[in-house]
Design a protein around this ligand. Structure first.
Ligand SMILES: NC(=O)c1ccc[n+]([C@@H]2O[C@H](COP(=O)([O-])OP(=O)(O)OC[C@H]3O[C@@H](n4cnc5c(N)ncnc54)[C@H](OP(=O)(O)O)[C@@H]3O)[C@@H](O)[C@H]2O)c1
Length: 392
């Protein structure tokens, strides 16, 4: 099987989890921006809410509706066999996600999600990458704020630097935004799974082929004052460095010896110290099951920041790249990172897989590898800033 013989499937894109917080924003984005003739459908577990959503969407009469439930593998297989691309917001992914990845890998269906869970990315690599390579399926994780601005931001930065020399890139993220019930639930789940996370990373290292003759390292950086961006740089232990590292392993353009460090940038020291203490407290609390349950009850699935709050939110990811005697400062910036921009990035990534002429790839791939140029161009057209701030 290869991608060419999937044209007879009824849908180009199926959006699973369409009735959730980000799912609804993504459905609205697709309804407003999908090219004429794109055949797409919304999918979820609640037929009535799917119908209500379809009625609200501009042009909704042309949008298909599919019922699927994560505990019913046949319904997931149906999604995978009826679409060329399946985009899912159904998380926490470690809890709910694997069967759909397996179905897509098996049926040669392109898959993308919004996971920020490193454990999930590692376990699907070990269990489903090989099968996806056989069938031609492209499996893309973290296609929202985690990790598109960072993956494509580093890709963009690297392309401003000389070829075939050792390169270092530091990324500094600043954002003013809040999060949804779904994101909070996924984060709590992750914080409580330190042991499984380490085991999944170890298992992946055992399966991943060694990188011959090149080095690609990406880590959360150590805390320090970063004069180059005028802010305190704090380690940010998100999935982003893992994704950047995978892009660097796959793309020779990142040079023979590539290093990335990932930080949150905070201007004022008390805010930096308070932020680290708050994250530490939530991580500690998540280890105690009753406290974790109490915390997860504070924000319900489906809840999220209002349109007004989102309109005031923003993000900026700044990068400092160096190599071959050149230094470059770049930025990727946009509006509300967690939701409006995430829905935009997610929908545009799905559209890119469905519509763009992309380099031939298969298996677990990153956005930079599967669609670096095409998705950067799409996001620029959709208002996300990619710019070179300075270079010397
Ligand atoms: N990468 C990023 O930057 C980023 C940004 C934002 C969110 N996220 C992640 O995206 C995911 C969704 O976030 P959200 O805020 O949209 O969460 P949410 O509102 O809780 O939505 C979750 C979706 O999953 C569906 N679902 C849950 N259990 C299901 C089941 N058994 N069968 C079928 N569908 C099921 C829900 O269906 P119902 O509608 O029927 O309840 C809902 O549509 C989370 O994992 C979050 O961490 C990532």
């Amino acid at each position: 099987m290869n991608r060419l013989n999937r044209a007879d499937r009824p849908y180009d894109i199926v959006l699973f989890g369409a009735t959730g917080f980000v799912g609804t924003l993504t459905a609205e984005y697709l309804a407003a921006h999908a090219p004429g003739g794109l055949r797409w459908a919304i999918a979820g577990r609640d037929a009535r809410r799917l119908e209500e959503l379809r009625e609200r969407l501009p042009g909704g009469a042309d949008v298909g509706v599919l019922r699927a439930e994560v505990s019913d593998p046949a319904s997931l297989r149906e999604l995978a066999t009826r679409a060329r691309v399946v985009a899912t917001t159904v998380g926490p992914y470690v809890r709910y996600g694997e069967d759909l990845v397996a179905a897509c890998a098996d049926h040669g269906t392109d898959y993308l999600d919004l996971t920020g869970e490193p454990e999930f990315v590692d376990l699907t690599y070990v269990r489903h990458d090989a099968r996806a390579r056989e069938t031609g399926a492209r499996l893309l994780h973290a296609c929202g704020f985690e990790s598109v601005p960072h993956d494509l931001g580093v890709y963009f930065t690297v392309r401003q630097l000389p070829e075939d020399v050792p390169l270092t890139v530091d990324g500094y993220v600043t954002a003013d935004a809040t999060f949804s019930g779904g994101t909070f639930a996924s984060a709590l789940d992750q914080f409580a799974r330190g042991r499984q996370l380490t085991a999944a990373a170890r298992d992946r290292r055992r399966h991943e082929p060694r990188l011959m003759g090149r080095r690609a390292v990406a880590t959360p950086g150590a805390p320090r004052f970063a004069g180059e961006v005028g802010a305190w740089a704090l380690p940010l232990p998100t999935v982003d460095p893992q994704i950047v590292r995978r892009s660097a392993r796959s793309l020779r353009r990142y040079g023979p010896d590539f290093r990335y460090r990932h930080y949150a940038a905070v201007r004022r020291l008390p805010v930096a110290v308070g932020g680290m203490a708050a994250v530490g407290a939530v991580v500690a609390a998540a280890q105690v099951p009753p406290v974790r349950r109490w915390l997860s009850g504070r924000l319900q699935p489906g809840d999220g920041p209002s349109a007004e709050k989102r309109a005031r939110s923003w993000f900026s990811a700044r990068f400092v790249g160096e190599g071959g005697g050149r230094r470059v400062y770049t930025e990727v910036a946009g509006g509300d990172p967690g939701y409006d921009e995430t829905a935009k990035m997610f929908a545009e990534a799905a559209l890119s897989l469905a519509c763009d002429d992309l380099p031939p790839t298969a298996g677990q791939v990153t956005t930079a590898v599967a669609m670096g140029d095409a998705l950067t161009e799409r996001l620029r057209r959709a208002g996300v800033v990619f710019r070179v701030a300075a270079s010397r």
